[in-house]
Design a protein around this ligand. Structure first.
Ligand code: BMA
Length: 905
């Protein structure tokens, strides 16, 4: 039993201590020794549960010891040993399902010194065990773990000795482990049924275990049920005390002052006098600025102690979301001395900002938006899924690429979706540094979960671990209970079926369990460990204000487009307070498809391509929507290209509509930003980091200043949206142009747009404006020019077509490319005598993408595209340039399968 003891300094005492400030304090050597257990281990398969024996089968050599890597997973270890094919290659996923049904064992030997053994405490710490693990140290059982998301810490001093030691971990198949428990339940709980293996042994198992739901397969992800030590492991040697956690609590933050308290949680082995020193300061590009220090002597008591430093920073450098100001960060360094010895040091970092989730009654219902430092933020962004099916191998560079891509597309918010895992510290730090707000979910998705006391206790501990780990990150502005469970319970067929199969008296009981977890335990943990942080029970939800699906309150997921086959135009009829999901699939580029296929696989319906399309209806839906807009593409590569344009055009319609309707609507997070493997999916960036058309479109439709033309009920309306905090003054040019560049009508509208608003600046009856021009031969070109900016060039431009592409009489475009260098950088100047739609520069390396892509090239108006590096010769050779008319045969007929370059559809 740990004793809790708080030491709170009085403010008067502190103001004297502030005088203790030093510019470059010497950093005391931490006396806690962190002895890493990462790196090389060994692993092998152990006896299989008889009921899975057939499914697992036998595999050469797997029961012998082989080298393994920690952090890691059994699949990546098997791969590294050349014992399995690459899990993402062709349809090999199916061949690897046995791995999650087998049991595995890991071990490592390590040497300890007599000095280490003389330390008062030796604790074994796992930052992540996946998932059912029995841990033995020198043959003695020391830990049973059952939650991938918890930190496990156990005293192992009695089991260790100087010299060679062994740690061994037995992992049991998470699928098999929960079967007896499910049998006892008598009725099944609903979960996601995506893969052919979702109901191995007749039941869903994913929701009975605290493990990343997407491991079990999702409608964009393969099923790889992992096991292993998936996060770092270490031994911690310490004597009198160690610092467990630092929490920088922001009580009140304004431009005038930041009222904070820094709470250092210190664990002590016994009663001992100690001195705590806090040094803090603004982080600068070159390290830390002048640090202020506070110190105080205290007496620690055995167990958990809280040392609380109240702080007041006058005129703090505030942290702002992307494009609203700087991302200033403060560092906090705590030194703990016991006697004259440095017992431990710890660091924390935060950005000072005032965040509110504003829910105020208004004429549309109740608002739902985030205000940061008093600025109402229209959330522009997307949903983030795990970076990989095997999280242990995600690199910082991979995460940085996705977050940089989000930043480059003006995304100020990402939703860390509840079907994956809690990301690494580094991820959240990267979001802080870029000013990307995070909607952070607890990891529960599309399923009902058990609510027996042991399960709830386990979840509570998980939530405490995660909230304590992440609460200093200024980027996190909301904790959300789960993804789509509330809406599932109320309106989904598979939930209804499961509920119907329950004994009637259990139905209320199950919903009661839901409420206990998502309206009790989780918000209570947030309130206690991150007081003041916003909590929201589910996405979507209206916090039980009205029936689910109500647009007046809360956030919304809109899937009538895509799953419901509704036309893209229905996006413009949606007015949720905050759109947290809407999306449309496309295929990743041919370069990505080439990575996981053989040439013969490159057709839409090949078994390999189907294995990389996890939404059963997906291909049919893409084709259906494509047929509404386009002729049939001439070959598979063209189909892939057109699928991306289709997705981008559809989401553009939705995103611009949502933005045009601020402040009624205050968020647009499309589904989804990234992929965890190469696949056809809703993503705008594929697994290898290649931007799809949608990502380039997002960079335009999420720009702070946007001109947005559209047609509503026979009228052309042109709006300007400004996310600037100062008024925008300039002009909008509206041109009716034919495909050869002839301007038929031309208007210039002076505009003034108030800060943080959307305004319709011009409208006209469509047929009056066209004045007899054939809508199949003209389009509307709009430009926004801001007074005194960008040398008088448009800051935003946008085109509107009056008919679907297939009904336009668009002449075949020939895009001419002239390669050159501009300011030492390779560049290409593109021109076309006729309108070239969705010009696509294909083939650039991921780290050297074109500055502009998937855009309409106006007749006789050159556009220059630049590249960050490389030389023109190699880029000329690598880059293939096409536009939409190249994707179709001139007569509209598809080419016969046998003669197409890249195979048939
Ligand atoms: C959403 C998500 C995911 C899913 C996506 C596409 O609602 O929450 O569950 O991948 O739909 O179907």
């Amino acid at each position: 039993m740990k004793v809790s003891f708080a030491v709170c300094f009085s403010f008067a005492a502190l103001s004297l201590a502030v005088l203790f400030g030093v510019a470059h304090p010497a950093v005391a050597q931490s006396a806690v020794e962190h002895y890493s257990l990462d790196g090389t281990w060994q692993f092998r398969e152990t006896a299989t549960d008889p009921i899975a024996a057939d499914a697992v089968g036998t595999h050469a050599g797997t029961t012998d010891w082989h080298p393994a890597t920690v952090p890691g997973a059994v699949q990546t270890d098997l791969l590294a040993n050349g014992m399995i094919p690459h899990p993402f290659y062709r349809d090999d996923e199916a061949k690897l399902q046995w791995i999650g049904l087998a049991n595995w064992e890991y071990q490592k030997t390590f040497a300890l010194t007599p000095a280490q053994m003389r330390r008062q405490h030796a604790e074994l710490v796992f930052r992540g065990l996946d998932t059912f693990a029995e841990v033995f140290v020198n043959g003695t059982h020391v830990l049973s773990a059952d939650n991938m998301f918890r930190t496990w810490r156990v005293d192992v001093k009695p089991q260790l000795h100087a010299g060679q030691n062994t740690i061994r971990i037995e992992f049991t198949s998470p699928i098999l482990k929960v079967l007896p428990q499910i049998e006892r339940l008598k009725y099944p709980l609903p979960a996601m049924a995506i893969t052919p293996w979702s109901k191995q042994f007749g039941v869903f198992t994913s929701n009975y275990v605290r493990k990343a739901p997407y491991n079990y397969g999702w409608d964009w992800g393969p099923r790889f049920v992992t096991m292993g030590v998936w996060r770092p492991a270490e031994l911690e040697f310490w004597d009198a005390a160690r610092i467990d956690n630092i929490y920088v609590r922001q009580m009140d933050v304004s431009a005038a002052a930041a009222n904070l308290s820094v709470d250092a949680t210190v664990v002590a082995g016994g009663s001992t006098p100690a001195t705590a020193i806090l040094e803090y300061g603004l982080k600068t590009a070159h390290g830390r600025a002048a640090m202020t220090a506070l110190r105080r002597s205290i007496t620690l008591h055995s167990g958990e102690n809280h040392i609380v430093f109240p702080l007041n920073i006058a005129h703090p450098a505030l942290w702002f979301p992307l494009e609203y100001g700087a991302q200033s960060l403060y560092t906090f360094h705590v030194k703990l001395l016991t006697g004259a010895r440095a017992a431990d040091t710890a660091d924390a970092e935060t950005g000072l900002r005032h965040v509110d989730l504003v829910r105020k009654d208004d004429r549309w219902g109740r608002s739902f938006y985030f205000s940061v430092n008093g600025i109402p933020i229209f959330a522009k962004g997307a949903n983030l899924i795990p970076f990989d099916s095997f999280p242990d191998r995600v690199t910082d560079a991979q995460m940085a690429h996705i977050l940089d891509s989000a930043r480059d597309a003006h995304m100020n918010m990402l939703r860390v979706w509840g079907g994956g895992y809690y990301e690494t510290n580094r991820f959240y730090q990267m979001a802080d540094e870029r000013g990307i707000l995070l909607w952070q979910e607890f990891m529960f998705s599309d399923a009902m979960y058990p609510h027996n006391p042991a399960f709830l206790h386990n979840v509570r501990q998980e939530a405490i671990d995660q909230v304590r780990r992440l609460r200093n990150h200024p980027s996190i502005v909301l904790w959300c209970g789960n993804n789509e469970i509330e809406s599932g319970w109320h309106s989904w067929g598979n939930f209804e079926k499961a509920v119907a199969a329950m004994p009637p008296d259990r139905r209320d009981e199950e919903w009661g369990g839901y409420m206990r977890l998502f309206s009790g335990i989780l918000p209570n943990v947030v309130a206690r460990y991150a007081p003041g942080a916003a909590y929201w029970p589910s996405s979507p939800s209206n916090n039980f204000t009205a029936a689910t699906g109500n647009d007046q309150f809360g956030d919304a997921h809109y899937w009538a487009v895509w799953h419901g086959r509704a036309p893209f135009s229905t996006y413009a009829d949606q007015y949720p307070r905050f759109m947290s999901e809407y999306g449309f699939q496309s295929f990743p580029s041919m370069a990505t498809i080439d990575e996981f296929t053989q040439p013969d696989d490159r057709t839409l319906l090949s078994k390999v391509m189907l294995a990389h399309q996890k939404n059963a209806e997906g291909n049919q839906l893409i084709k259906t929507y494509m047929q509404r807009e386009f002729p049939e593409p001439k070959d598979f590569a063209s189909f892939v290209y057109v699928s991306q344009v289709l997705q981008a055009e559809g989401i553009k319609l939705g995103a611009e509509h949502l933005r045009r309707n601020r402040p009624h609507v205050m968020g647009s997070l499309y589904w989804q930003l990234n992929d965890c493997w190469p696949v056809a999916s809703w993503s705008s960036i594929d697994y290898y980091g290649r931007w799809k058309a949608l990502q380039y479109y997002a960079r335009r439709f999420y720009q702070d200043e946007l001109v947005s033309p559209h047609v509503r009920a026979g009228r052309i309306e042109v709006s300007v949206i400004s996310d600037r905090t100062t008024p925008l003054r300039g002009k909008v040019r509206v041109e009716l142009m034919d495909f050869h560049g002839k301007v038929l009508t031309h208007k210039v509208i002076p505009v003034t747009v108030q800060p943080l608003s959307a305004k319709q600046v011009w409208s006209a009856d469509q047929s009056d404006f066209l004045a007899g021009a054939d809508p199949a031969t003209v389009f509307l070109h709009t430009e926004l020019v801001i007074r005194g900016e960008n040398g008088g060039h448009p800051i935003s431009d946008n085109n509107l077509y009056f008919l679907p592409y297939k009904d336009l009489h668009l002449p075949a475009a020939t895009v001419h490319a002239r390669w050159t260098t501009i300011g030492g950088h390779p560049a290409v100047v593109l021109t076309s005598a006729t309108l070239a739609r969705d010009v696509y520069l294909q083939g650039a390396p991921v780290d050297n993408r074109p500055s502009y892509n998937f855009f309409d090239l106006l007749p006789n108006q050159p556009r220059t595209i630049t590249f960050a590096h490389g030389d023109t010769a190699s880029l000329t050779a690598a880059i293939h340039i096409q536009s939409l008319t190249d994707a179709f045969n001139p007569d509209g007929a598809p080419a016969p399968a046998a003669t197409t370059k890249n195979g048939s559809l």
